[in-house]
Each structure stands twice: as structure tokens, then as C-alpha cells.
Ligand binder design. Structure first.
Ligand code: ASP
Length: 339
């Protein structure tokens, strides 16, 4: 059947359009469009019509930061009413961060925003890019999911629940604490229950991110917190602590416990995530997390670290007070957590 849908592809960079250079793989300006024109399935009348917006410069996603998130948001907002859906071609390394960020920046979505890319460049024989791109265009045109998601290696995942789980497998992404939104085989099977979202505002709105100072500290056995003490007086708005298990820290580590207290006294939000992929954090389950709870630290529940960081950027960019940010961190805004 001929498709009457229209999809806009935003090409930000990433392996999909890279070529091999003397320094390793890197994106090449104006090259991807040439490759796409050679893929005859992309001209099929049964596929939604597509246009492509190429970013300048094209980036390895390791170089993507707030400026590019805001640019992606603006390109989508400017064209929001002209297309049935959007596909964002992006490197895999930070795709889960960007998809999480965009899920908060774009409020009131009533069409799909599908991030995808490739583990093998499109110019190489065994590239996974062709398949990822074609399925993403189909999903973006179908309009069944009204949120920011990642399509990769046969699975459609909620963007703010996703994480890159493999640097060399073609199924590079997982969403360990949330089922896939769709499984893609011969047919595309959407899972209505997995797709359910907290009630959303009626109107589409873009909130650009501001450069909020946020720190991340991974707890390790034998952590010498004395060496990180400058964090305490550095005006960080929030510190994400990657704790053990359900949110535990070495509570016999005096420098760390004292440091956490001082951070809290300075009005720095301490958000506790887990080093485990599934299950999240519940402060106070063990005595080793009770000090965190006493200091006013808050639990990230089952949010991924990517979603937790994106949500902090979002809430502070909205101009909310620390108290309000704390409250909203515990509220499910875009399907990013189980409350
Ligand atoms: N380094 C690349 C990037 O993130 C990896 C990829 O796209 O798969 O841009």
C-alpha cells in the first residue's frame, strides 16, 4: 500500500554515516545522503516519504552535549506540524542520554520521535544501519508510540529507560527495568501496556536545557573521598551517587559520610542511583544506606543514570527550587520510573 505519511530524519552523526580515516572512524559531511540515495528500499512508495536535515558539524556522539540537544529539540519543534514522526540518526555511545534528554525537553508529544544509528557504518558490507533506519522510518510513520524512543536491533525501547549494553553486539541497547515498546520481526508487535505513560499535557512544548552544574560519583570499595572534597564547595546543584545494590555506601568511610552531610548542608541535591541494572534504589533498606536517607539524599528509584541526569538538567532548567526538584525527581513525569 502506498504510504501518505511524512517523516523527517535529523542526522546528527554517529557510526551510521562514518568513514574510516587515519585516526579511526569519523563522520563525513554530505556523505550519508549519497549512500541513502543508493538504497532502493528507501525510495519505495510503501515507505513514508522522508526528508533529511543534516547537522553541521556532524559529531561522534561522545562530543554531543546540551547545545546539540537544544538544536535537536529546535529542529523538531520548528517542523512539528509538518511531519507524522521524526527519526534522529545519532551515535550509539550517548544515544540513551540524548533520548532521555529529549523525552524531558519535548512535552505533550503526539507523534513518535525515534532515535537510531548503527554499530557498523552504512558504507560497510554487514552494516546494521539500513535495517535500523528503514524500521525507524516505518515506526515514525505509523504513529503508534507518542514518545521519544530508541529503535535498535529489532527492539523499540522507551528512550528514558534505555542504556547502551554492548559496544560490539548489533543489539546494542536494553531497557533493563522496562519491557520493549515493540518487538520487530516479520511484523511489528507493539505492547500497549509497556507504552502507557503518565497523563500528559495537551500542548506540545519545548524546554531548552541550561548548563546546570551536575556531578556524578561512583562509589567503589576503598573510595578516598578526601581527593574529591572540592566537590563540596563547587556550587554543584546535584551530585548523582552511583551506589551499590539498593543504594548502599561504605558507611564506615568517615570522609565520605561527612562529605555527604556537607553537600546536603550546601543545598546540593544528592541523588542515589544503583550500580545494578535492575531494581533501583530504596534508601533505608540496609543500615549502610540509612546515613544517606538521614542526610536528605533522595532515591532515583529505578531510573537509569542517563534518565536521572537528563531529568535533573530539565528540572533545574525549568527554574525550580531545590525542594521542588526533589519532589519532582520522585514523580513519574515521562514514564522514566516506577513511582
Ligand atoms: N562512537 C560512535 C558514536 O557514538 C559509536 C556509534 O555510533 O556506534 O558516535
Amino acid at each position: 500500500m502506498i504510504s501518505n505519511k511524512k517523516v523527517c530524519i535529523l542526522y546528527t552523526g554517529g557510526t551510521i554515516g562514518m568513514v574510516s580515516t587515519e585516526h579511526g572512524y569519523a563522520p563525513k559531511k554530505d556523505y550519508l545522503s549519497v549512500l541513502l540515495n543508493e538504497i532502493h528500499q528507501l525510495q519505495s512508495p510503501t515507505l513514508p516519504k522522508w526528508d533529511i536535515v543534516e547537522f553541521d558539524p556532524l559529531l561522534d556522539s561522545s562530543n554531543i552535549a546540551l547545545e546539540q540537544w537544544n538544536a535537536i529539540g529546535k529542529v523538531i519543534a520548528d517542523r512539528y506540524n509538518d511531519y507524522d514522526g521524526f527519526v534522529v540518526l545519532h551515535g550509539t555511545d550517548t544515544m540513551a542520554y540524548s533520548a532521555s534528554a529529549l523525552s524531558f525537553m519535548l512535552e505533550g508529544l503526539n507523534k513518535p520521535i525515534v532515535f537510531t544509528g548503527a554499530q557498523i557504518p552504512l558504507c560497510e558490507l554487514r552494516s546494521d544501519g539500513r535495517d535500523n533506519l528503514i524500521n525507524s522510518i516505518v515506526i515514525a510513520g505509523e504513529g503508534q508510540v507518542c514518545e521519544v524512543c530508541i529503535y535498535f536491533g529489532g527492539k523499540l525501547l522507551r528512550g528514558n529507560r534505555s542504556t547502551k549494553v554492548s559496544s560490539d553486539e548489533l543489539r546494542a541497547f536494553g531497557s533493563p527495568d522496562h519491557p520493549p515498546l515493540a518487538e520487530v520481526g516479520i511484523d511489528i508487535h507493539y505492547d500497549e501496556k509497556a507504552m502507557s505513560l503518565p497523563s500528559r499535557p495537551k500542548y506540545f512544548q519545548l524546554t531548552e536545557f541550561k548548563p546546570v552544574p551536575i556531578g556524578v560519583l561512583k562509589i567503589i570499595p576503598g573510595l578516598q573521598f578526601e581527593l574529591f572534597e572540592s566537590m563540596i564547595n563547587s556550587n554543584l546543584k546535584a551530585v548523582v551517587l552511583e551506589a551499590f545494590g539498593s543504594g548502599n555506601i561504605p558507611s564506615n568511610n568517615k570522609a565520605l559520610v561527612e562529605g555527604i552531610r556537607k553537600l546536603a548542608d550546601n543545598d546540593t541535591i544528592i541523588l542515589v542511583t544503583s550500580q545494578c541494572q535492575r531494581g533501583g534504589t530504596t534508601l533505608g533498606t540496609y543500615a549502610t544506606s540509612s546515613e544517606l536517607a538521614r542526610s536528605g539524599a533522595i532515591s532515583a528509584s529505578d531510573m537509569t543514570i542517563e534518565a536521572a541526569i537528563a531529568k535533573l538538567y530539565y528540572l533545574f532548567s525549568c527554574g525550580y527550587s531545590s525542594e521542588r526538584v526533589k519532589l519532582l525527581m520522585a514523580t513519574n513525569l515521562r514514564g522514566e520510573m516506577n513511582e
